[in-house]
Design a protein around this ligand. Structure first.
Ligand SMILES: NC(=O)c1ccc[n+]([C@@H]2O[C@H](COP(=O)([O-])OP(=O)(O)OC[C@H]3O[C@@H](n4cnc5c(N)ncnc54)[C@H](OP(=O)(O)O)[C@@H]3O)[C@@H](O)[C@H]2O)c1
Length: 166
């Protein structure tokens, strides 16, 4: 499985249950990468979406203990339940999309992380693990810096050389 995340200079990812930035170029990259795939998120991330609605044209799986089952996404209560459910899907098509707690929990099981680095300080409260400090993670691709309005972004791919089975 893979993860996809946008980080600031300090690997910050969120504050006040929102994203740090609203950058159309990155939103477009996120959309193109995850479209028609399986996305896995925590309850706070679902609740951060407009009207707390899941993402269109993707299979949405939400770690959400004690929540009622619903039609528009698949609710799971535990990692054990998630593990059984994910056996139905091609692991190549599964993307961990946040937030901080789910990213951290699922990182050992990801073989690839797509990191959009935003050259700014978003004054984050929540952070992604700094993959540059983790010996089993290596950056294998890095785009040229691209500008979107006031922001400069770099699209990076990290690979895990010690992926654990989930
Ligand atoms: N920069 C980015 O790319 C990006 C992407 C996504 C999200 N974000 C940001 O990340 C922040 C949200 O992160 P977060 O850590 O607060 O929340 P989160 O990871 O979205 O959701 C956490 C909740 O998910 C449930 N959960 C997580 N792990 C679980 C497990 N192992 N078993 C059962 N339930 C589990 C729990 O729900 P209950 O509390 O209901 O028990 C937990 O409180 C927001 O600011 C959001 O905007 C940033």
């Amino acid at each position: 499985m893979k993860a996809i995340v946008a980080v600031d200079r300090k690997w910050g990812i969120g504050k006040n249950n929102s994203l740090l930035f609203n950058i159309p170029l990155d939103m477009d990259f996120f959309r193109r990468t995850t479209l028609n795939k399986v996305v896995v998120m925590g309850s706070n991330t679902l609740n951060s979406f407009p009207n707390a609605k899941p993402l269109k044209n993707r299979t949405n799986i939400v770690l959400f203990p004690r929540a009622a089952k619903r039609e528009d996404c698949i609710i799971v209560e535990s990692l054990a339940e998630l593990s059984v459910l994910l056996k139905q899907f091609n692991t190549e098509e599964v993307f961990i999309i946040g937030g901080a707690s789910v990213y951290a929990t699922m990182l050992p099981f990801c073989d690839t992380v797509f990191v959009t680095k935003v050259d700014a300080d978003g004054q984050a409260e929540l952070f992604y693990p700094n993959l540059d400090d983790m010996p089993n993670w290596k950056m294998t691709e890095q785009s040229k810096p691209v500008k979107d309005g006031e922001y400069t972004l770099t699209f990076c791919t990290y690979k895990n050389n010690d992926t654990k089975p989930f």
